[in-house]
Design a protein around this ligand. Structure first.
Ligand SMILES: [Zn+2]
Length: 287
């Protein structure tokens, strides 16, 4: 199911007033009442604002801007870890779309999504490293323009940026093994091979494992810079909405990549399935 849940600021406000502060119990069936609606997943990233921000209209005609936040699902698929790390990044959304393509048996599409997720993650890591090294944004965007249409160049840039930062290789996987896994992707994307479920799981697991090592180091060792980059576009959007008096609200959807990193690829699939079940009876937004 290629849909995600968003919240209408006004409907949600009315709902909470009606509840008079009684805690939400999470019961299925009152989703329309609580202002939660579904929009197609392709809407979940706004390239212009470089943010997981969705403009939508609820069935009552209220316009809302909705920022999708990252909540890392707890082990066991129940509840959330108390770790909100800002708006979802492009690589996290692509990974989420990959997991959903896998659940829907679109294995080739899943591999393409996982592959794009990894490519955008390398971009994200380069941007965080630039933040750590206090690179001026103009200099950074000039340099990025030279590689922006070539993922292979971006990958090369990342390898050496990481080497200079951490004085080591970004992965312990040997080059032969890396080549074999990359072949799964190349066979699907370039040679038209019809991928199997096994190919898809193997490739998705590889992508999550690669990201896990790098993301954990950046998050734990360089937390200020990591958060500062993550929140950059988020803060800009919040300020702009306040100035223009636009309804802005945040909604959390399970972060498939966070689930895969915290407890493995199978867990990410289980979390995505649980989320899909939980929104099954949620009405669609108007547009
Ligand atoms: Zn509404």
């Amino acid at each position: 199911m290629n849909k995600i849940s968003v919240t209408c600021a006004k409907c949600s406000d009315e709902y909470w007033k009606k509840r008079e502060g009684r805690p939400y119990t999470g019961e299925i069936g009152d989703s329309q009442e609580n202002g939660v609606f579904l929009v197609p997943a392709y809407k979940c990233y706004n390239d212009k604002e470089q943010l997981a921000i969705i403009d939508f209209v609820c069935p009552k005609g209220h316009k809302t801007k909705n920022i999708l936040e990252v909540h890392v699902p707890k082990i066991g698929t129940e509840g959330w870890e108390n770790r909100i790390i800002g708006a979802m990044q492009r690589h996290e959304i692509l990974f989420y779309l990959g997991i959903n393509s896998l659940i829907d048996f679109y294995y080739r599409e899943a591999i393409v999504n996982f592959s794009s997720s990894l490519e955008r993650f390398f971009e994200f890591a380069i941007m965080v490293i630039a933040e750590i090294k206090e690179i001026e944004s103009d200099a950074l965007s000039q340099a990025w323009k030279l590689v922006e249409n070539q993922p292979e160049r971006q990958y090369g840039a990342f390898i050496f940026a990481w080497l200079l930062l951490e004085k080591g290789n970004y992965t312990a996987i040997n080059p032969n093994e890396l080549r074999k896994i990359t072949e799964i992707r190349n066979n699907s994307v370039h040679k038209g091979r019809i991928a199997s479920e096994n190919d898809c799981i193997k490739y998705g697991t590889y992508v999550a494992d690669i990201i896990k090592v790098i993301d954990t180091i950046l998050y734990e060792k360089y937390n200020n810079h990591y958060m500062s980059y993550r929140m950059k576009y988020h803060k800009e959007a919040v300020t702009k909405c306040k100035e223009e008096k636009i309804n802005l609200i945040t909604t959390a959807i399970p972060c498939s990549l966070g689930a895969a990193i915290s407890n493995g690829f199978d867990h990410a699939v289980a979390v995505a399935r649980a989320y899909r079940d939980s929104i099954l009876n949620t009405p669609d937004a108007l547009s």
